[in-house]
Design a protein around this ligand. Structure first.
Ligand SMILES: Nc1nc2c(c(=O)[nH]1)N[C@H]1C(S)=C(S)[C@@H](COP(=O)(O)O)O[C@H]1N2
Ligand SMILES: [Mo]
Length: 359
C-alpha cells in the first residue's frame, strides 16, 4: 500500500494522499499503529532529507534562530507525549445528511488517531528566541505547497501564543518510537494536542511570531465555521481551534450482520481542548435508555479514551448510538447542528451505526 499504510485504509484520494483508518483497525488499540494512522494532505509531500533540514524562528523575536535537527536535539530537552490528532473534517460524512458539501471527501470516523510523539517543547524553542510582547500568535509554515488556494501557497497555520507556550505542544521528529515518516510530516512537525489536526503543521520549516493569526488560506479562509448562509472569505466566520467533544462507534461496523444475543460494542471518545472524557453512554433505542460504557486505558490528558460495553441484541435491525460527556459536563448534540460551512467542518453529534441481528 502507499506510504507504508495497511491495505484496510479507506483511501479518499491518492494524490494528494488522503486516507482514514477503518473502524475496526481504530478499535484495535488505544495507541494507533503508524501503519494504520490516518493521513490528511493538502498538497504533495515535499522531498527533503533530515540532513539538509533547517528550521527558522523569526518574526516578532529578539533572537532569530536557524536550527538543524541535530541542533534542536542538542539544545533542548527531549519530551514525549501521547496525543490524539483529529482532523476537523472527521465524521464529515454525517454532515452530508444536513447539507451537500461540494468538493470535500466524506470522511468517516477514522480521520483521527492516537500516537506517541517525541521531540522538543515548542515553549523551550520560543524561550530561546525571546518573543516580543506584541507577539500574540505563533505561526507554523510547512515545506509543501497546496494548489487549493489560488494562487497556490505553502501550507501554514497559527495557534495563540498562550497555547504555544504550554509544555504539551511539541516539535516532533518521532512517532510511535520511530523516525517520523514523510507522510506524517517527517523530518519535523508541530503537534498541538487538543487542537484541530490542521494546526499540527507537517514538514515544519519556519515558525513566525506574529501580532495577528496566520493570514494564509488554511487559517483565514478554511478551517472556519460559518452560519448556514455564510460565504467563505478571508476572515469570515469563526476560526476553529480546540476540538469539540465527540465520540463514535468503531465495532461493530456500520451495516454489520450479527447473530442476535450478547455483542461487544467498542468506540472512542475525545474531549479536545483541556477537557477530559468522564463518561460514555450507549443506547440501542435511539436515546430513550442508555447503558454506561467502560472507559479503557487512560493515556493522559491529551489522548482519547477507547471504551467498551456489552449489549443484548434482539433479532432485527437496530441503530446503536453513543454520546460522551466531558469534564465541563457538556455532552454532544443528537444530530449535526445548523452551523455549516462550504467545507463542512465539525460534526460532534452522537455516533451511530446500524446493525442487523439474525437468530
Ligand atoms: N504542511 C502541512 N501540514 C499539515 C497538513 C498539510 O496538508 N500540510 N494537513 C493538516 C491536517 S488538515 C491534518 S488533519 C493533519 C493530519 O496529520 P497526519 O497526516 O499526520 O495524520 O496534518 C495537518 N498538517
Ligand atoms: Mo484536518
Amino acid at each position: 500500500m502507499l506510504h507504508g499504510k495497511r491495505s484496510d485504509m479507506v483511501v479518499h484520494e491518492e494524490e494528494p494522499f488522503n486516507a482514514e483508518t477503518a473502524r475496526g483497525a481504530l478499535a484495535e488499540a488505544s495507541v494507533t499503529s503508524t501503519a494504520a494512522f490516518f493521513s490528511r494532505n493538502h498538497g504533495a509531500i515535499p522531498r527533503s532529507g533530515p540532513s539538509s533540514w533547517r528550521l527558522s524562528v523569526d518574526g516578532l523575536v529578539d533572537e532569530q534562530l536557524s536550527l538543524s535537527l541535530d541542533e534542536l536535539r542538542e539544545r533542548f530537552a527531549e519530551r514525549e507525549i501521547v496525543a490524539t490528532l483529529q482532523c476537523a473534517g472527521n465524521r464529515r460524512q454525517d454532515l452530508l445528511e444536513v447539507r451537500e458539501i461540494p468538493g470535500e471527501a466524506p470522511w468517516g470516523p477514522g480521520a483521527t488517531g492516537t500516537a506517541t510523539w517525541r521531540g522538543v517543547a515548542l515553549a523551550d524553542v520560543l524561550q530561546a528566541a525571546r518573543p516580543q510582547d506584541a507577539a500574540e500568535h505563533v505561526a507554523f509554515v510547512g515545506a509543501d505547497v497546496s494548489d487549493e488556494p489560488q494562487p497556490p501557497e505553502a501550507y501554514g497555520a497559527s495557534i495563540p501564543r498562550r497555547k504555544a507556550e504550554r509544555s504539551e505542544v511539541l516539535l516532533a521528529w518521532e512517532m510511535n518510537g520511530e523516525a517520523l515518516p514523510a507522510v506524517h510530516g517527517g523530518p519535523l512537525r508541530a503537534v498541538v494536542p487538543g487542537f484541530i489536526g490542521a494546526r499540527s503543521v507537517k514538514w515544519l520549516k519556519r515558525i513566525e511570531l506574529r501580532a495577528a493569526p496566520w493570514d494564509g488560506f488554511f487559517q483565514s479562509t478554511a478551517y472556519r465555521l460559518l452560519p448556514p448562509e455564510g460565504e467563505a472569505a478571508p476572515g469570515a466566520g469563526i476560526a476553529l481551534g480546540e476540538i469539540a467533544l465527540n465520540s463514535d462507534i468503531l465495532a461493530p461496523d456500520d451495516d454489520a450482520r450479527l447473530s442476535a444475543g450478547a455483542i461487544e460494542v467498542r468506540g472512542y471518545a475525545f474531549a479536545g481542548g483541556e477537557r477530559r472524557v468522564v463518561r460514555v453512554d450507549v443506547s440501542l433505542d435511539a436515546g430513550a435508555s442508555w447503558a454506561q460504557a467502560e472507559l479503557l486505558d487512560d493515556l493522559g490528558r491529551w489522548a482519547w479514551r477507547l471504551w467498551r460495553t456489552e449489549l443484548d441484541l434482539e433479532p432485527g435491525s437496530h441503530e446503536i448510538v453513543v454520546r460522551a460527556w466531558d469534564s465541563a459536563a457538556a455532552s454532544q448534540p443528537e444530530r449535526p447542528g445548523p452551523l455549516w460551512n462550504p467545507k463542512g467542518y465539525v460534526n460532534n453529534a452522537w455516533g451511530r451505526v446500524r446493525v442487523h441481528a439474525e437468530t
